[in-house]
Design a protein around this ligand. Structure first.
Ligand code: AMP
Ligand code: MG
Length: 395
């Protein structure tokens, strides 16, 4: 049996970044950038007015000036003559030095004359290079592309950045008791809730399911499905259910027979103990215990980490947060990961763990915003704990 930490270290070792590809910015959202995005020019690339108003020489002494023309955004900059002003707009280019913008609210226009009040200074000019210099790193390799970062790439002319591909996943779901969620289960049957959960989780994690099969409990069917997966060129395989040691749990022996190396055959966590991790020729495989809460927790603890490593991103970070009613949380000999929601207590965000029932408790998933780690020795005396958010904070 491996600890959670040991399992993470194995995943870090065995899940190498996939070969990057170029993509258009339209399809870059959520992808991991695989090259540094450098400023191709100073930002801003030319000094520009931050206001609608008038451009004058900085040492202009007259307060009534002749308006000798205008500079609209998109035109090259011009230096106004002494005794003159140029009508100017937000974004209009201005010379790098020696000028001042007087905002429209401090000017009174009368025909081709303008009377200027207000002090003169550089404050209404966005000086070239004040935000970034040419060659500066705007977005680092390994960053997840958020809308804001996509805008930065666009500003630097990177219309086809090098990014990680979506991780291609195969998902095999086992269980003779399962029926599709649109069906009414007969007695003894249950609806398959793990399949839609996994496809939603994959989408959020930057992966796509390109191979899906639901099979009954037979080892032959599992063997055949895994054989087909090996031919399909996926980057990651998930097998739901059958990860334990019962008579109908076939994932472990079938993986062994198919030539996979077993890296983890159980993990010291609650829920999620029957987790399997194996690998063959660079293909990582997870055998996920079928109970829905175990499924959710194993995905967040381990599958997300594998996907992060495959895409060249940092694994999801743990946040230190205060826990509501911490002394009441009983530790377990296994490290526990409790579903929590975040509540606002006055001005502080505080974790509210869902009461632990068992790993089949689907209702715990209704409001979960992440998982609280409860070490076997219990939470810290000060009532703080480590929290793994279920949605990633972009690093
Ligand atoms: P297993 O890991 O296959 O032994 O399954 C453990 C428990 O999870 C059993 O009660 C199963 O009925 C349940 N289970 C397995 N697969 C699913 C699924 N796809 N959706 C919902 N529950 C499941
Ligand atoms: Mg089963």
């Amino acid at each position: 049996m491996k600890s959670v930490q040991e399992t993470w270290e194995l995943l870090d070792h065995y899940c190498a970044p996939l070969r990057p590809e170029r993509t258009g910015l339209d399809s870059a959202s959520g992808r991991v950038l695989r090259e540094d995005a450098l400023a191709d020019a100073d930002q801003p690339s030319f000094s520009r007015s931050a206001m609608d108003g008038y451009l004058v020489r900085i040492n202009e002494s007259a307060s009534v000036l002749r308006v000798e023309g205008e500079v609209t955004p998109g035109m090259p900059s011009r230096m106004p003559d002494t005794g003159c002003a140029l009508r100017i707009f937000t974004g209009s280019a201005v010379p790098d030095e020696g000028v001042s913008v007087v905002m429209q609210e401090d000017a009174e226009r009368n025909g081709d004359r303008v009377t200027l009040q207000g002090k003169r200074g550089p404050e209404h000019i966005r000086v070239r290079g004040v935000h970034a210099r040419r060659g500066d790193i705007l977005v680092s390799a390994g960053s997840c592309l958020t809308p804001g970062r996509i805008a930065l790439l666009a500003s630097a002319g990177m219309d086809r950045p090098m990014v990680s591909p979506l991780v291609r996943v195969a998902h095999i779901v086992t269980g003779g008791e399962l029926v599709a969620c649109g069906k009414t289960p007969a007695e003894g049957q249950i609806r398959d809730s793990n399949s839609p959960m996994i496809s939603a989780l994959l989408l959020e994690a930057g992966a796509e399911c390109i191979f899906y099969r639901r099979i009954n409990e037979s080892p032959e069917a599992l063997k055949a499905a895994i054989g087909d997966v090996l031919d399909s060129g996926v980057d990651l395989l998930l097998v739901s259910g059958g990860a334990s040691v019962g008579d109908h749990d076939h994932t472990k022996p079938v993986l062994r027979d198919a030539g996979f190396d077993l890296l983890v055959d159980r993990v010291n966590s609650r829920p999620g103990k029957p987790l399997i991790v194996a690998t063959k020729e660079g293909l990582p495989v997870f055998g996920l215990p079928g109970n829905p809460l175990s499924h959710f927790v194993c995905f967040h603890l381990f599958v997300r980490r594998a996907i992060a490593r495959l895409t060249g991103a940092e694994p999801p970070a743990l946040l230190r947060m205060r826990v509501a009613n911490a002394p009441a949380i009983q530790p377990n000999p296994r490290e526990s990961w409790l579903p929590c929601r975040i509540q606002c207590d006055g001005s502080e965000m505080i974790l509210q763990p869902h009461p632990w029932r068992d790993s089949s408790d689907l209702t715990a998933l209704a409001q979960v915003q992440g998982l609280l780690r409860v070490p076997s020795e219990g939470l810290q005396q000060n009532g703080f704990g480590e929290f793994l958010p279920s949605r990633k904070f972009e690093s």
